[in-house]
Design a protein around this ligand. Structure first.
Ligand code: URA
Length: 238
């Protein structure tokens, strides 16, 4: 059940008080008839404001440029989360982050309302490719490239073969096909080095939109949504 006033305020028509006023004035129609009841249920009904029907979207797929200093969680009692960066319309839509980035990691984070899509994209079976840009404490070595390619043994598992491409003495691009806890940082520690900055540039078929400033997001285009569903082994876009 989604109340009319809540729906309108989430869709950007103003505060609860402002939308109640709009409703009182008879500017809102429910299934073609004027509706003056702010508490009316909108589920399955058509709503129009000032004669214009609302396009009520229930499925969202977003790309967020995650800044450093926010946690990837649906909510947290103490810390700012990635959900706090979204307007109420998306926060209340059931959008969830797909996988997680550490608090100090920046870059591409996908959020979706489609639980099955999210589940498939983070499934260890699917080996979704991610590219990270990494600044390291010490100089990178050719032997690190070989170690990444072979698969680095960590305490609880051996990482799948990954690609380390050294761009500068302390800057590299790393391509991984899994996403275990602190994985990239742990792989560098295993090589005797340390990650100082970590930024995710790609997630599966998606690239971080360069026009998105840290902390901002946009909806995925239809084409991007299609690519994401195909990467997840799902043909139907929702
Ligand atoms: N690997 C890490 O160590 N941290 C991240 O946030 C992502 C990948």
């Amino acid at each position: 059940m989604l109340r009319l006033d809540k729906l309108l305020s989430h869709m950007g028509f103003g505060s609860r008080t402002q939308v109640k006023e709009l409703i009182k004035k008879g500017r809102v129609h429910l299934d073609g008839a004027v509706c003056r009841d702010a508490a009316a249920d909108t589920d399955g009904h058509t709503v129009s404001v000032n004669g214009k029907p609302l396009e009520i979207k229930t499925a969202f797929h977003l790309m967020l440029h995650k800044p450093s200093g926010v946690v990837t969680a649906a909510d947290d009692p103490k810390q700012k989360t990635v959900m706090d960066l979204l307007p109420p319309k998306y926060r209340s839509s059931g959008c969830m982050p797909v996988g997680r980035l550490d608090k100090d990691t920046t870059g591409l984070l996908v959020l979706t309302t489609d639980g099955e899509l999210a589940h498939r994209l983070i499934s260890p079976k699917r080996h979704i490719q991610k590219i990270y840009e990494v600044n390291t404490r010490d100089d990178l070595k050719q032997e690190d490239v070989a170690a990444f390619e072979k698969g680095i043994p960590l305490k609880d598992f051996t990482a799948l073969p990954a690609e380390l491409s050294i761009v500068e003495s302390r800057f590299a691009r790393v391509t991984v096909f899994e996403g275990k806890y602190h994985q990239v940082k742990r792989m560098f520690i295993a090589c005797g080095n340390e990650v100082q900055k970590l930024h995710r540039a790609t997630f599966g078929p998606l690239q971080l939109d360069e026009t998105l400033l840290p902390g901002t997001f946009r909806e995925l285009t239809e084409e991007e949504v299609g690519m994401l569903y195909r990467a997840a082994g799902l043909e139907e876009t929702k």
